[in-house]
Design a protein around this ligand. Sequence first.
Ligand code: FAD
Length: 353
Amino acid sequence: MIEAKENIPLKHLTTLGTGGPARWFISCSSVADIVDALKFAKARNLQVFVLGGGSNLLVSDQGFNGLVIHITLKDLTYDPKGLVTAGAGVNWDHFVKTSCQRGFTGIEALSGIPGLVGASPMQNVGAYGQDVSETIASVTAIHRNTLETKTFSKDDCEFSYRQSRFKSKEKNLWIITSVQFRLSGISEPAAKYDELKKSLASDDKWTSGSRLQKINTIREHVLKIRASKGMVINPLDPDTRSVGSFFVNPIVTTSIKDHVTQVALKLGTSHPPAAYPAGDNLWKLSAAWLIEHSGVTKGFTLGRVRVSTKHVLALTNPGDGSTTEILELADHVQSTVNSSFGILLEREPTFIG
Ligand SMILES: Cc1cc2nc3c(=O)[nH]c(=O)nc-3n(C[C@H](O)[C@H](O)[C@H](O)COP(=O)(O)OP(=O)(O)OC[C@H]3O[C@@H](n4cnc5c(N)ncnc54)[C@H](O)[C@@H]3O)c2cc1C
């Protein structure tokens, strides 16, 4: 049975802690609840927004004049071979921790990412050399208009860097209800990211531990590195009141990459921007490098909000700031990078309201 609540503040349901209320709000702990909630919205001609853990969201200060469907489906089942079905409302890091403890590999480098399982396919979440597209076997979702349930194979999801069909061509069409992952009970865990490799190198549990120890050691080190950057939610650390990285790493052509290198040389920087191949004539540049070298510093403050003191990619609300102020700060960062390097950074979080 669903319960429709009215005028529910959303700021406490987001990691940034800003934004106004939802006109209508329904928590859904089953597929049947979601169907009922969609019927509720249709009968009243309401816009629908799907809320997971609120860690990649910017809610308008005016709030949302429609129905927020909060996803709380919490089933989590493992088969012995590593095929896992996780409800969309399962906490992502709980799922990673449980899988590491059971000796499964494939998602250990994704430790500490906030949010829920249901949002993970949306932007193909990734970190430290892994992303979910490597282990997702299928995604099950409900069509918002027809109420049909469909299971998408991994290929159907059309994953790419921070993208999927659910965030691009079929944005706002599907509500993800569960995700199936194929983890491995036999593969050796591998550290693919330089910073992680360096951190692990002097840890005996990594160099000479058992397979189970190695999996959990990767998790431990990822959590430690992330915490040093304010990327693990910690109520005592104001730098973690953010949406994580506010901007995605831009994919640019070779000529733009070369232009950025020329500008960097003129600026006399000691290291040119790191550039990773991203397809034919395309390169992924570090958004953090571009921000730092355009002159925006860690801790830069505008009104009540600021760039994280630990990581230039995170815009934070350490106190009682607003979404409007965060957007002004984002504009400032984007225009500073654009005037230095001619690249307009793309914003990562979803805006609602
Ligand atoms: C400190 C911090 C660190 C972070 N680090 C990383 C990182 O390393 N890598 C990374 O990729 N991301 C990172 N993020 C971003 C964020 O955690 C992820 O994008 C996460 O997957 C969002 O999950 P959520 O449940 O909070 O989604 P929400 O913020 O609630 O929603 C995000 C989007 O997904 C949609 N959505 C949510 N659930 C569903 C569903 N069941 N069906 C359909 N649509 C849905 C929403 O409508 C919205 O458009 C970080 C965020 C923070 C605050």
